[in-house]
Design a protein around this ligand. Structure first.
Ligand code: PLP
Length: 368
C-alpha cells in the first residue's frame, strides 16, 4: 500500500520503516512475550531500549558529556513552566519574540520569574528574526530563551546566536521542538535545549530535555518533583514512570536517522542535506509563482515549516480538497496565520515535495 504524503505540523508523519518495525514488534518485543507498552520500565528489556535510545540520541546530536539527556513528559508547553522553575532562580529571564511559540513561552515564564523582552519581531508580523546585535539583553538575566524554529510562523535560526560574542555570558535556552534532529546543534552556544517529540522524533507524550550539568540543582522550592531536573537526572529519567512507548518509538527514529545515507553523507548530515534540498525546491517554486506567496524574509525561512498563501484566498477550500484527493494531507495553515502550511520534517521524502509542487503547479493552471 502506498501511503499518502502527510504534511502535518504535529503530531507529524514518521518514517514508514519505523511504523512497520513498531507494528511487527507490537505483540512480542524481541521474543520477550510482551508489547513495549506492557513492560516494567525497570525491567532489563525496557532498560536496554532506554539505554540505546539515549546513546543514539547523544551520538546523533553530538551531545557533549557535560550535558544530561532527560526523557520527560509535559510537552514543549510544559517546559515553558519547567525551565523557569528549574533554572531562573526566580530572577530575570530574557526572551526574543519571533512568533506564536516564544509569545507563549514568555507569558508562562512570567508566572515564575521576571520575564523581559530582549527583542521582538512582532512589528514585522513575525516574518523575520531581529538582528542579535540589536538585542537588549538584561545584564542580570538567568538565561535567554529563543525558539530556534517557529513552527507556526515558519521562521528558523540558520545560526544560533553567540551570546558571549554579544557581551552576555548567560545560558541560551532553545525550544527546538520542531527542528530537533533536522540539523546539528552548536552546543558551544546552547545551555539547554528542549523539544516535544511529536514533530520530528516520535509520538506525542515524550519531551526531550538536554541540559548542561551546571544548570541542574537550582530549582525553585515550588517546582513539582516530577519536573525537577535534578531528581529526573538522578533517577535516569525514571523518578516517575517515563513515557515508555514514546521513548521506544523515538529510539527507532534515532536509529533510522543514524542509518540514513545521501551520497557520501551519513546520519544527521544526510538527513540535513535532504532537508535543505526539499526546502529549497519548495521555496524556489513559491517565489517563482505569482499565484502563491510566502511572506517570511528569505534569511529566516524555516526548512521544516513552510507557510504559504494563495493569491485568491477564496480558493482555499478547493485547494485543500484537491490536495487531499491526491494524497497530500494536512496542508491547512495554523488558525492564527491562515493560508496553508507544508511541514517538511525528516520523515517527508523528497518525492512528497515533488508531488506537492506538481499539485501546486496544476492547481494554479486550473485557477487561472
Ligand atoms: C509543538 C510545539 C510546542 C508545543 O508542544 P506541546 O507538546 O503541545 O506542549 C512548543 N514549541 C514549539 C516550537 C512547537 O512546535
Amino acid at each position: 500500500m502506498k501511503r499518502p504524503f502527510n504534511f502535518s505540523a504535529g503530531p507529524a508523519a514518521l518514517p514508514e520503516e519505523v511504523l512497520q518495525t513498531a507494528a511487527a514488534e507490537m505483540l512480542d518485543w524481541h521474543g520477550s512475550g510482551m508489547s513495549v507498552m506492557e513492560m516494567s520500565h525497570r525491567g532489563a528489556e525496557f532498560l536496554s531500549i532506554y539505554e540505546k535510545a539515549e546513546r543514539d540520541l547523544r551520538t546523533l546530536l553530538a551531545v557533549p558529556a557535560h550535558f544530561k539527556i532527560l526523557f520527560m513528559q509535559g510537552g514543549g508547553i510544559g517546559e515553558n513552566a519547567i525551565v523557569p522553575l528549574n533554572i531562573s532562580r526566580g530572577g530575570v529571564v530574557d526572551f526574543v519574540l519571533t512568533g506564536g511559540w516564544t509569545q507563549k513561552s514568555f507569558k508562562e515564564a512570567g508566572k515564575y520569574a521576571a520575564a523581559r523582552v530582549a527583542a521582538s519581531a512582532e512589528a514585522s508580523g513575525f516574518t523575520e528574526i531581529p538582528d542579535p546585535a540589536s538585542w537588549q539583553i538584561s545584564p542580570d538575566a538567568a538565561y535567554l530563551h529563543i525558539c530556534s524554529n517557529e513552527t507556526i510562523h515558519g521562521i528558523e535560526y540558520q545560526q544560533l546566536p553567540d551570546l558571549k560574542a554579544l557581551g552576555a555570558d548567560i545560558p541560551l535556552v532553545i525550544d527546538c521542538s520542531s527542528h530537533i534532529a533536522s540539523r546539528p546543534i552548536d552546543w558551544s552556544r546552547v545551555a539547554l535545549a528542549f523539544a516535544g517529540a511529536q514533530k520530528n522524533l516520535g509520538p506525542a507524550g515524550l519531551t526531550i530535555v538536554i541540559v548542561r550539568e551546571d544548570l541542574i540543582g537550582h530549582a525553585l522550592p515550588i517546582c513539582p518533583s516530577a519536573f525537577n531536573y535534578e531528581l529526573v537526572a538522578k533517577n535516569q529519567s525514571m523518578y516517575n514512570t517515563p513515557p515508555t512507548w514514546g521513548i521506544y518509538v523515538a529510539g527507532l527514529v534515532f536509529d533510522w536517522v543514524l542509518r540514513q545515507r545521501d551520497g557520501d553523507l551519513q546520519g544527521l548530515a544526510a538527513v540535513e542535506a535532504r532537508n535543505i534540498r526539499k526546502a529549497e525546491k519548495l521555496y524556489a517554486f513559491l517565489d517563482a509563482s505569482s499565484f502563491y506567496n510566502n511572506k517570511v524574509a528569505p534569511a529566516a525561512r524555516s526548512r521544516m515549516n513552510v507557510p504559504f498563501f494563495l493569491a485568491d484566498e477564496s480558493r482555499n477550500a478547493d485547494f485543500l480538497a484537491g490536495a487531499k484527493a491526491r494524497g497530500l494531507l494536512q496542508l491547512k495553515g495554523h488558525k492564527s496565520v491562515g493560508g496553508m502550511r507544508a511541514s517538511l520534517y525528516n520523515a517527508m521524502p523528497e518525492a512528497g515535495v515533488d508531488a506537492l509542487i506538481d499539485y501546486l503547479r496544476e492547481f494554479e493552471k486550473t485557477a487561472a
